[in-house]
Design a binder for this molecule. Sequence first.
Ligand code: PDD
Length: 285
Amino acid sequence: MSTCYLDGRYLPLDQARISPMDRGFLFGDGAYEVIPVYSRRPFRLEEHIARLGNTLAALQLPDPHNAGEWAVIIRELVATNDWEDQSVYLQVTRGADTKRNHAFPAQVTPTVFLMSDALLTPPADQLASGVAAVSAADFRWLRCDLKTVALLANCLLRQHAVAQGCAETILFRDGFLTEGSASNIFIVRDGVVLTPPKSHLMLPGITYDVVLELAARHDVAHEVREILEDEVRGADEIWMTSSTKEVLAVTTLDGRPVGDGRPGPLGRRMHALYQDFKNTVMRSG
Ligand code: PDD
């Protein structure tokens, strides 16, 4: 049984308990982060904690810890678990009230919960063949830049893919690409890597930033701009990115092949650059 952290204590995950009056349970009133850990080193911790801070500020929920305290909790959790590479899940909710009331209670203590699991990145066969995706209208709210635990829309959209034997649902809003149900999306057209700009309509992915940094550093032609749905449907390549999927080629969209239906050259290059970065920079801190 893995060890988790709940409100100041490290304990076996199956012994952790929270109140049913917790606003995270009743309202989805909380923020979260997923932090990849390589060779026991949390990757881009500062950026993850800053993104958590942005979400908490927008939720008017005081951050219960400063960056140094978060780093200590995360490192301790990572040390108590078995795996060299882990995926740390961190959640802060507004806490447990005595009544169910939509408006914020005056005085509650936030609930802080962290757990960790082995970091499972895509297996070799998925990397070789790419994955299938479907599309859907993005019916989420207008604060998709916040990483809140209120993920029902994302869950419905991911299930829409899974029900059709697919890995991801690519979302369009008003004719433009936003992101995936749990990933950011890049496309390639005419040798140029394209991805939408950060806005309230998508999560500012840490992996998204890394991919754009790698593209700039290695002279991969790229442009950050609004992308029309038709441009995605006619793309030479589509990739999904996230902390756990890294850079994964999407090779069919709604049953039709993307490009020639196999992972394309720029996606393979970006995957290789990402792996190289991971095994050098990420693993050394
Ligand atoms: N999700 N967009 C959405 C909607 C996401 O849920 C995620 C990640 C991303 C990619 O962000 P990052 O590169 O920082 O992982 C984009 C995590 C992995 C999750 O909910 O499990």
